[in-house]
Each structure stands twice: as C-alpha cells, then as structure tokens.
Write a protein that binds this ligand. Structure first.
Ligand SMILES: Cc1cc2nc3c(=O)[nH]c(=O)nc-3n(C[C@H](O)[C@H](O)[C@H](O)COP(=O)(O)OP(=O)(O)OC[C@H]3O[C@@H](n4cnc5c(N)ncnc54)[C@H](O)[C@@H]3O)c2cc1C
Length: 463
C-alpha cells in the first residue's frame, strides 16, 4: 500500500493550495480528484466560468459605456448564447494547464478517482474503469467542495429549469428568467443576465439580502436593480414550478403570485459532497447540508484530518478556500503560518460588483465601537465622470478613538480591485491620516478613497 505524508481529497482551490504548501515543505503529497481534470468547481463550473461569462456580457452589451453613449449603445446587436459562452473554453484550458503544471512542478501526485475513507488513516480511490488504489497517510485534507442543491420538488431539465452548472451550457438566451435564490450566485447571474436586457425576476425566501454586507451597500444594490426594472420578490417561497406546453415556465409563489418566464435558474444553496466519501468510517459526521465542522486550525474531530474550502461553509469563496488550505497544511506539519481572517476581502461579481473588508456599520453598532463614516459617490469623482459611471459608492469606517480604518465597503466598477487598498491599510493598522496625506493618481477610481476620507475628516472636525 502506498503511504503519503498528506492526502488531499478534491483539487479545487483549497486542495491545490494545501497540496502545494505541503509539497513545498518537502512532504510526500497526493491529490485525489474524481473528475478527469483538476480545478474543482472554481475552475469548471463556478468562479472562472461565471466571471468569464460576465466579462463577455459586459463587453458585448456595451454595458460599461452606456453611461457615456446612452442605454441604446451595444458593441454587438443580437447577442447569442454562443457569443457569451465563446470565451469559456479558452480561459478554462489556459487555467487548467497552469494548475496541472504547478502540481507537477511541485511533485504532487495527482490520482484520478473517487476517494472514500476506509478508516481514519486509509482511503481508497476508485477510478472510472473500476480500478482501486488504497493509500495511507499521516494527515488528510477534505476539500471536496459542494454541488448545487437540487430539491426534489424542482423538476430540473437542464433546458428550461436549470441549476448554476446547467446555465453554462445553454444554447439559447431567454427573453425572461426567474432566478430563485438571491445569495451570491443567484445575484451574480441575475444581474449579469439583466445586463443583456433579459427581464429578470429574483425570488428569495429571506426578507433581507446578503446580511453579511454593510446595509447601505445592499440598499444601493437594491436601488440599482429596481432602477434597471429587475423585479425583486423577497420573503417569497416557491411552492411549484413547471413548464407549460407553450414552453413558458410557471413559478408559483406561496403568496399566490405566479411568475411567467422563458427560463428558471434555481440557485438556492449548495450541498457538501461528503455523502459518498465514507466519512463515517473515519469517525466523522456532516451536517444536513453535508458540511463538516472544524476548529480554528481547520482540524475536524479527528485532529489529523483537516477540512477546508466550501465543505466547511461560509464564506465559500475560492479566495478564502485557498488560504484555508494553506493554513491547514502548515498546521498539519507544525509550521507557523501567519494569517488574519478579519482582513479577508469578500468579492461579489454582481453587476455592479461589490467588495468589502473589515467591519460593517451593523457590526460596529452591535459591539458599541464608536466610529465615523466617510463616503463618496463614484460619479462625484473625476474618473467616474470620465467613465460615465452613474452608480456606486465607496465608504470607509474609522474608529473615533484613534481614527484607525475599521472597514471599507465598495459597490461599483472596479470594487473588487480597489478594495485591496483598504485591505492593506487595515492590515497595517493605518488611520484616516494616511488617506488625507497621501497623493493618489488623478483621475483614478482609487482617488475615491481620498474623497471619502476627506468626508470623514470634515465630519470629525465639525463635531
Ligand atoms: C457560480 C459560482 C460562482 C462563483 N464565483 C466566485 C468568485 O467570483 N470568487 C470566489 O472567490 N469564489 C466564487 N465561487 C466559489 C468558489 O467556486 C468556491 O468557493 C471554491 O470552488 C471552493 O473550493 P474548494 O476547494 O472548497 O472545492 P471545489 O472547487 O468545489 O472542488 C472540490 C473538488 O473535489 C472533488 N471531489 C468531490 N468529492 C470527491 C471525492 N469523493 N473524491 C475525489 N474528488 C472529489 C470535486 O470533483 C471537485 O473537483 C463561485 C461558485 C459558484 C458555484
């Protein structure tokens, strides 16, 4: 039987990063991946394809330039599904090559097969032709990720009623779409398809969206979506959904409303892929969503079995999954690794995009930490005017006690990029003075920081 120092199950962002970290510590490492290609959900059905599709939509629809040339502006008339999906294959194969090469270069053994625990130190990988490899290791990482939640009462058919994997294979763009589930994935797709002038109805059982974000940013998103004629139905439950003979999808809501559309995207939740992993043989359990709980070092109830990425739940992002994988590998081999989860940024690639780092206003109020807000509308900046930006804002929260930056919240073009300035300042313990006294390139979106800081400075000096 082959013996490894570290066996990683699943080759998504958490698994890859953990495997490479362990290999760099000179450990004997194997990754078991049940799909024929490495990369996980992030590469094949999640992060990379959805962002590639988003980029194509924003380009072809002329979305970013409509503020300059009017709502009728298009780069291409009659955009088809093939147009918006064209770039996927190119991006995916390029990224896959990079990942494969990185694993090879670092000497990580990639085993294609479905992994299942035999006991807490042994796994069996079953290959597609039925072959079995049994392996032992001192340490394991479970990074098997999730798949779309597909409740029995939703008649998925891959054509009219789809999940977020199916959406990447559509052959025709619908004229109208109901999106069920206003979490990150639902919101991203709802707003991306709305940028193609597809009529969107977004439905969610919750009354409030994305409660981990700063409320003012969510309010801005709601305003922007409604301004674009998207219909947002919150606090509504889907009781039935079916396709009529004429091809219309009818979504019945508990309140008695019916939504008629050409297509339905069900994006309400994801299920952890622990069901066929035999975790019970390793003395582990999962919750009803298939997720595994871990301690602050990413150890499960069995200290030598770690878990990272989407399988451990929120925030379920590729970015944080990678970091969790790295930290788990460091801990497994007793190497001190420095990390500050409170400075992890969150990015939501809706249209407009959203990003945050640090505390929200709600959090500071709950903890009774006195703060001041500095904010700016992006259209008030010179770069915003040049780009014809109509929507979006940046806000910063500063401590009243020592003027340290506590949180940054951005919605609008470039949000997921500019957030890293705020992240750096928070990480280095910077204060309001940094922004007031620094020179920013002009005209830039980054200059929004300075304008927002001056807003906070004015408020502080008037008080
Ligand atoms: C539509 C969509 C858009 C997203 N956009 C973003 C974004 O913009 N930014 C961002 O940061 N995150 C985004 N995410 C989230 C991101 O994709 C996930 O957080 C990330 O992929 C999780 O990584 P992971 O390593 O936990 O697992 P995954 O990427 O889910 O990979 C798990 C791997 O384990 C394999 N596996 C499962 N069971 C077994 C088994 N028994 N044996 C062997 N192999 C197994 C699977 O085949 C898979 O390859 C998005 C997700 C979706 C669905």
């Amino acid at each position: 039987m082959t013996k490894y120092d570290f066996i990683v199950i699943g080759s998504g962002p958490a698994g890859q990063r953990a495997a490479i970290q362990a290999a760099k510590l000179d450990k004997r490492v194997a990754i078991i991946e049940r799909k024929t290609e490495v990369g996980g959900v992030s590469l094949h059905t999640g992060t990379i394809p959805s962002k590639t599709l988003r980029e194509s939509v924003l380009h072809l629809s002329g979305w970013r330039l409509r503020g300059l040339y009017g709502d009728g502006y298009r780069v291409k008339e009659d955009i088809t599904a093939a147009d918006v999906l064209k770039r996927l294959h190119v991006t995916l194969s390029h990224e896959m090559e990079i990942m494969k090469h990185q694993l090879q270069r670092n000497g990580v053994k990639v085993i294609n097969g479905h992994a299942r625990f035999k006991d807490s130190h042994t796994v069996t990988a079953t290959t597609s032709d039925g072959g079995q490899h049994t392996m032992e290791a001192d340490n394991f990482l479970i990074s098997v990720g999730t798949r779309p939640h597909r409740p029995d009462h939703i008649p998925f058919d891959g054509e009219k009623i789809l999940d977020s994997d199916d959406i990447l294979k559509i052959e025709e763009l619908p004229r109208s779409m109901v999106v069920i589930g206003a979490g990150v994935i639902g919101l991203e797709y709802a707003t991306i398809f709305s940028a193609l002038d597809i009529s969107i109805t977004l439905v969610d059982t919750q009354e409030n969206l994305l409660t981990f974000l700063d409320k003012e940013i969510v309010d801005e998103l709601m305003y922007v979506m409604r301004d674009r004629n998207m219909t947002v139905r919150l606090g509504e439950t889907v009781v039935d959904i079916h396709v009529e003979d004429n091809g219309h999808v009818i979504t019945k809501l508990a309140s008695g409303k019916n939504v008629v559309s050409d297509m339905a995207l069900f994006a309400a939740g994801r299920q952890g892929a622990t069901d066929m992993l035999g975790i019970e043989n390793a003395g582990l359990t999962a919750d009803k969503r298939g997720r595994i709980s871990v301690n602050e070092n990413y150890q499960t109830e069995q200290p030598h079995i770690y878990a990272a990425g989407d399988i451990i739940g929120f925030p379920s992002l590729a970015s944080t999954s990678m970091e969790q994988g790295r930290l788990a590998a460091c801990h497994a081999f007793g190497v001190p690794c420095y990390s500050r989860p409170e400075t992890f940024p969150f990015g939501i690639y809706a249209v407009p995009e959203i990003s945050m780092v640090g505390a929200t206003e709600q959090e500071l109020k709950e903890k009774k930490i006195p703060y001041e807000v500095g904010s700016v509308r992006i259209r008030e900046t010179a770069r915003g005017q040049i780009m014809g930006i109509r929507e979006g804002m940046l806000k910063m929260l500063f401590s009243l006690e020592d003027q340290r930056l506590l949180g940054v919240h951005v919605i609008g073009v470039g949000a997921t990029e500019v957030i890293h300035i705020g992240q750096a300042v928070i990480s280095l313990g910077g204060t309001l003075n940094y922004f007031v006294e620094s020179v920013f390139n002009y005209p830039t979106l980054a200059e929004s920081y300075k304008v927002a800081a001056l807003d906070a400075w004015n408020k502080l000096n008037l008080n």
